[in-house]
Design a protein around this ligand. Sequence first.
Ligand code: CAA
Length: 395
Amino acid sequence: MTTMKTELADGVSFAPTSEQRELRALTREFAENEIRPKAAEYDEHRTHPADVIAKAHELGLMNVHLPEEVGGLGLPAFEGMLIGEELSWGCAGMAVSVVANTLGAAPVLLAGTDEQKREWLPPLIDSPILCSFALSEPDAGSDAARIKTTAERRGNEYVLNGSKMFITNAGHAAWSVVFASTDRAQGHRGLSAFVVPMVADGVVVERHLDKMGQRATDTSAFALNEVVVPAASRLGAEGDGFRIAMQTLDFTRPGTAAGAVGVAQAAYEYAVEYAKERVTFDVPIAMHQGVNFLIADMATEIEAARLLTWQAAWMLDSGYGRKATLYSSFAKRFAADTAMKVTTDAVQVFGGYGYIKEYPVEKLMRDAKLFQIYEGTSQIQRLVIAKEIFLPRGD
Ligand code: CAA
């Protein structure tokens, strides 16, 4: 019989420390006062939330995983989950604008030399600048190994050519980690990662994409036309790119799961309040089983998604290495699908009012959808989970 290695280390605690509770409360307050009041407007106008980013940066809610050596706080993955959930409770679009630096900076943290870390990371701490992670392309999203962007070595430089698609914050980023092939014949083993300044000659942001949800985050397409970068901007060795990308996603997928939990939590809270107030057949709709069973399921599934997310973060923080891959995908898959289900049911609880923009749950349902797509679709998470079951590679 095939069994999955899901055993954990000694000692299990579901209680955040007092410092973690304080961080959570601080982030909730920020989300309530600085994010929620702007959520509908920024969503409608696709506003890049530069003001919110600047305030979050000032408060220390950005780049929290960067180590002390480069001026950061060096917080563990778990704290990142707490921040991600609360910001996303305020507005998923603005939350992603704030936390996507984690995705952009992770390859530098994972594979950069000390010199590269000193060059690219401290500026993120000094001011609210953005960075991005450029893996996806017009013809390669789920099948990341098929990217067509090339990086050709010429002396002590590389020349990059290609197109990147669906890149969070790329339209406002100072630099991007660009994945490109240095050897097409080698498939995924021929991919390499480069830090590319977005002001470099030949980098052209072509489109700010007009999305269904999470509209307050910039998602852009950009081209690389004969972009020259020094060889010193390559992260790791030639051919390390695919592994760097996968390890980055192992680290960031639980954060995305936390964002999905935040959206689901917001929808649940709105649904509970509405169900207590709205009266049909002479009683609040919360008295009808058709409604309160929906809400009971929401509460249960949100809690399960949150616990899976916390467990994935805990695995990352406890040095489980490649074994965390499985838990990252458990969390991302379940939390994303839970957010979609909970927000859809919240719209159902609100009935016709849920479907119009005057009420907040319509936006939450649109925002939830993206969690099932970016950082690997729910189907890709199942693929990763299935591979870990049948072809386990974790040590
Ligand atoms: N850690 C380390 N190495 C890993 C790994 C991991 N988690 N996963 C795979 N690898 C290694 C394997 O060990 C294997 O190594 P070898 O070279 O020794 O063979 C190699 O990588 C290839 O692995 P697979 O055979 O499993 O690769 P695959 O081509 O079958 O596909 C996949 C793997 C999981 C489907 C991968 O392509 C994938 O994750 N796709 C989704 C991509 C994704 O999430 N994109 C999102 C982009 S970011 C974003 O959305 C945010 C934004 O800004 C919008």
